[in-house]
Design a protein around this ligand. Structure first.
Ligand code: HSE
Length: 438
């Protein structure tokens, strides 16, 4: 058997501790699969005395990730520190400088510095693997980077944040408020350190930016993503969606259009009977539409220590099986210096169906105003539902839900501005895009 592959792990939080534990408990089967042993030789974490449920005696401790990255006693630097710059970025740069392969789960860092790091790694003939950065335990990076070489993608979309999906699922199943579900997600350890990353769509956007680059061969462009989160989704939206045959999911979607590539993250109506509509709780799913294979949907656990460690260890095993001097798959599926500049398609040109929930004053002319402004903007209505109640003999405001056929965002916004101007609405309308989904 060949020499052991020596691993340095920076960050011993939930994922890092799982990686160290599983590398130990599965050392026999891993060395058989890879043709060589995999041994953790160095770690870096803040607190040396903390019990992490894994035996770390005999392993070198380093005070900083960068010191570990430069150690001559490691072959692979595993970055599980987190953060889009600072120690995570410095240590990955140091590892590449020192000729170490890198494995990271850090989507925020790759969304910001992925192309720069890919250029550095490829220049030195080193591997930069990041399966755990997108959709936790789902092997979507390897699928897109390697297995779909025969394809040109047209659309990639997915449920990429377990916390948001957990919240939407619990709100629906248990009739709970958004806030109650968020507290529960945090208690279960799904949420990011700053949960606004999960619920306001930024975590999904980081992951989408990486998938977009893999799908379309473009430079990672996380700052060019249209983002809306789920914090203003109410039980009323969830009930209305269900009544009309939809469920609400936080999706990240990237698709090629006539004007460029659309990247958007927002609450989305997906058909109740679609496969992605059945993806519940912390489970993630990624749909890929491509010319040769057709449509794929991969689903699995998107968060949690062991599921994420599974992806990290898969990346480590790939490095263990690689052979010096052999050309590895480029980081983003094509050499980093050949990635094309990203050309943004604006959200105003987005074409699709829309769900619009409005609270209206109960008076003559409301429907005429709604229908008139929709018609003026060439918007065809697929359905209209009205709900309301009469309390103490006084008419209460009514809820009206419209579903449109395909139109553009610009037409919807223009029509709704005109409806608002007419003064029939009690509050701003809730607008949720409808996505065709497998
Ligand atoms: N907070 C993330 C999620 C963890 O909920 O999906 C994985 O990125």
């Amino acid at each position: 058997m060949s020499e052991p592959l020596r691993i340095g792990i920076a960050g011993l939080g939930t994922v890092g501790a799982s990686v160290a534990r599983i590398l130990k408990s599965k050392s026999n089967s891993l060395s058989h699969k890879c043709g060589r042993p995999i041994t953790v030789t160095g770690v870096s974490a803040r607190d040396r005395s903390k019990d992490r449920g894994v035996e770390l005696s005999g392993i070198d401790w380093f005070d900083t990730p960068s010191a570990l990255a430069a150690s001559p006693n490691i072959d692979v630097f595993v970055e599980l520190v987190g953060g889009d710059s600072g120690p995570a970025l410095d240590s990955i740069r140091a590892a590449i400088e020192s000729g170490r392969h890198v494995v990271t789960a850090n989507k925020a860092l790759l969304a910001k510095h992925g192309v720069e790091l890919a250029l550095l790694a490829e220049e030195k003939g080193l591997i930069l693997n990041y399966e755990a950065a997108v959709a936790g335990g789902i092997p979507v990076i390897k699928t897109m980077r390697e297995s779909l070489a025969a394809n040109d993608a047209t659309r990639v979309y997915g449920i990429l944040n377990g916390t948001a999906n957990y919240i939407l699922t619990r709100m629906e199943s248990d009739e709970l408020s958004f806030e109650e579900c968020l507290v529960e997600a945090q208690r279960l350890g799904y949420a990011e350190a700053d949960p606004t990353f999960d619920v306001e769509g930024f975590d999904t956007a980081h992951k989408l930016a990486i998938l977009t680059s893999l799908a379309f061969g473009t430079q990672v462009a996380a700052d060019e993503i249209y983002i809306e989160g789920i914090s203003n989704i109410s039980l009323s939206d969830i009930h209305a969606a269900r009544e009309l045959g939809y469920r609400i999911k936080l999706l990240g979607v990237a698709q090629r259009t006539a004007t460029g590539i659309e990247q958007r993250v927002h609450p989305t109506m997906v058909p109740l009977g679609s496969m992605i509509g059945q993806v519940d709780s912390v489970t993630n799913a990624v749909g890929i539409e491509a010319d040769t294979v057709g449509s794929l949907l991969l689903s699995g656990p998107g968060a949690g220590g062991d599921a994420t460690a599974s992806a990290v260890i898969g990346d480590i095993a790939d490095i263990a099986k690689s052979r010096p001097g052999r050309q590895e798959a480029p980081v983003f599926g094509r050499p980093a210096d050949e990635l094309e500049p990203y050309q943004r398609a604006e959200i105003s040109t987005h074409a699709g169906g829309y769900f619009i929930r409005m609270t209206v004053h109960d008076r003559i002319g409301v429907f005429a105003s709604l229908a008139g402004h929709m018609a003026e903007n060439g918007i065809s209505l697929a359905s209209i539902v009205q709900h309301g109640s009469v309390k103490n003999g006084v008419d209460e405001p009514k809820t009206v839900v419209l579903v449109t056929h395909e139109t553009t965002e610009l037409h919807i916004r223009t029509a709704l501005d005109a409806v608002l101007e007419d003064g029939h609405l009690v509050s701003k309308p809730q607008v949720i895009r409808i996505e065709p989904a497998g």
